[in-house]
Design a protein around this ligand. Structure first.
Ligand SMILES: Cc1ncc(COP(=O)(O)O)c(C=O)c1O
Length: 486
């Protein structure tokens, strides 16, 4: 394959690089004779910032060139390359817009990177709950009216942060959310980690970039052809001081960026700039094929695909059809069993499972043969596991969801002495750790929140259904609570 001129990859292939006698990092010195693993992992391309190769933290050469291509592709005001995932972009965005102890409006289903930032900066979060759709068993959208009310009650809030699309593909009415935020003169950050493929084709619309959210962060590695950890942050309004944002990105990104990752970002952008129409047309055909096959299923339910392709579900503004939620309510197995059956009997590994569904991620790189195999498997499963579950071994992981009472802020709770007690004895105690169902890494309880019997029952039920709960201290069946506050 011909390598384009003036790209990072081209520079990594240049004979000039091969002629350099490296007395600089990395320690492997691109000497692939040192060990087989270095050769296999492509260490000959593995450099970080050296003269002539630009600087990600102050770009004016080959890296600036990639940023400008990204701005053209997504039609953003400025786009910044991220090689520490969306995580660092989210954290830099929050740090750009909020000072320590500021109040911020946070969708409860935000990723843990947001919570970590709240803790680091001792921010005062006001949570907003997305709508919960019990039919789907997943979080729905954030309603603009809810945001408006919260902003009216909290005029001192410094920013709004929401996730859209969610891990399960639910999209919020970002245009209205942006209007509401801007009416209150508050900037809005959208975690679009799962939506880098939006905006590039009419079939996948509702990107926060089009809605002119102030900062939009996307993981390229999640849904586009790019290596793990690669992501991008777009500034889409005039409300952001880009120099300040760039400086904050330097706080949260490594000072030794991998040029293999930077080159991957460029390769992904170049591919889409050149061929996105062809690629999307092919992909949409595969999705149509998937839908036609899923429409034949009798017991397996797939929301927004197959027969329910055009149904509008309560509390869901729009849906990203690159996600496939495979619901088990019509089967006599739960999400975990479906996940394991797909893996063991069909060699298909999906992204995650929950109480009553499995999440499969679709992308423009899916082979038709793989999609066919998934459909074949689901057709068999549809017959083998026919019939509703009578053992009650399913759980809709969102069944309770009032946001627990916050008795202490996260940082204060973290500093207090804690003890580990059995979960079923923890009612009314103050939680000292995060409890997540992971993935997607959205906390069910956070430090400082009061534990209720509803929450305990929910967590116990989740565990009995095989949902993996993660916590800071990882003691199954136990929970860390503050020693003194009851
Ligand atoms: C909603 C959401 N936001 C942000 C992230 C973090 O993305 P990254 O892994 O690119 O740092 C994730 C990761 O799973 C996520 O699900």
């Amino acid at each position: 394959m011909k390598i384009r001129k003036n790209t990072i990859l081209n520079k990594l292939n240049e004979s000039a690089l091969k002629k350099i006698i490296p007395f600089h990092m990395p320690g492997h010195k691109r000497n692939i004779q040192c060990s087989m693993f270095l050769r296999k992992l492509g260490a000959k391309y593995d450099i970080t910032e050296i003269p002539g190769y630009d600087n990600m933290h102050n770009p004016d050469g080959i890296i600036l060139n990639v940023m400008q291509k990204a701005e053209k592709l997504w039609n953003s005001k400025r786009s910044f390359l991220l090689i520490n995932g969306s995580t660092c972009g989210i954290q830099a965005a929050i740090n750009t817009l909020a000072d320590p102890k500021d109040k911020i409006i946070v969708a409860r289903n935000c990723h843990k990177s947001v919570y970590n930032m709240i803790e680091l900066q001792d921010l005062k979060p006001v949570f907003i709950n997305p709508v919960i759709n019990n039919e789907l068993g997943i979080y729905g959208s954030i309603e603009p009216e809810t945001l408006d009310k919260v902003l009216t009650n909290n005029p001192d809030a410094k920013l709004v942060i929401v996730t859209s699309p969610t891990y399960e593909g639910v999209i919020s009415d970002i245009k209205s959310l942006c209007q509401v935020s801007h009416n209150h003169n508050v900037p809005i950050v959208v975690d679009e980690a799962h939506g880098a493929h939006l905006k590039l084709n009419r079939y996948f619309d509702n990107s926060a970039i089009t809605a002119k959210a102030d900062i939009v962060i996307q993981s390229l590695h999640k849904t586009l052809p790019s290596l793990t950890q690669t992501a991008i942050a777009h500034v889409c309004s005039n409300n952001i001081n880009c120099e300040n944002f760039q400086r904050n990105l330097s706080v949260f990104q490594t000072s030794s960026p991998s040029y293999i990752l930077l080159s991957s970002i460029e390769g992904c952008i170049d591919l889409l700039l050149e061929k996105k129409d062809i690629i999307y047309t092919k992909w949409i055909k595969i999705l149509d094929y998937l839908d036609s096959r899923l429409a034949r299923l009798k017991n397996v339910k797939t929301f927004y695909h197959g027969l329910s392709k055009n149904i509008v579900y309560n509390g869901v503004f729009a849906y990203d059809r690159a996600k496939l939620v495979i619901n088990t309510d019509g089967l006599n197995i739960n999400g975990k069993k479906l996940f394991e059956t797909l893996a063991k009997d069909y060699g298909i590994i999906c992204e995650m499972y929950s109480g009553n569904y499995v999440l499969a991620m679709l992308s423009m790189c899916d082979k038709k043969s793989s999609v066919r195999k998934l459909c074949n498997a689901l057709e068999q499963i549809d017959m083998i596991f026919e019939g509703a579950d009578t053992n009650g071994n399913k759980v809709n992981s969102l069944l309770y969801f009032d946001i627990p009472k916050q008795c202490l802020d996260i940082r204060t709770a973290r500093k207090k002495e804690h003890i580990c007690i059995p979960l079923n004895e923890s009612v009314s105690r103050i939680c000292a750790e995060y409890i997540w169902a992971y993935p997607p890494g959205i906390p069910l309880l956070i430090p400082g929140e009061q534990i209720t019997s509803d929450i305990i029952n929910m967590l116990l039920k989740m565990m009995s259904c095989g949902i993996e709960l993660k916590s800071d201290y990882n003691n199954e069946g136990y929970i860390s609570v503050l020693r003194d506050c009851c």
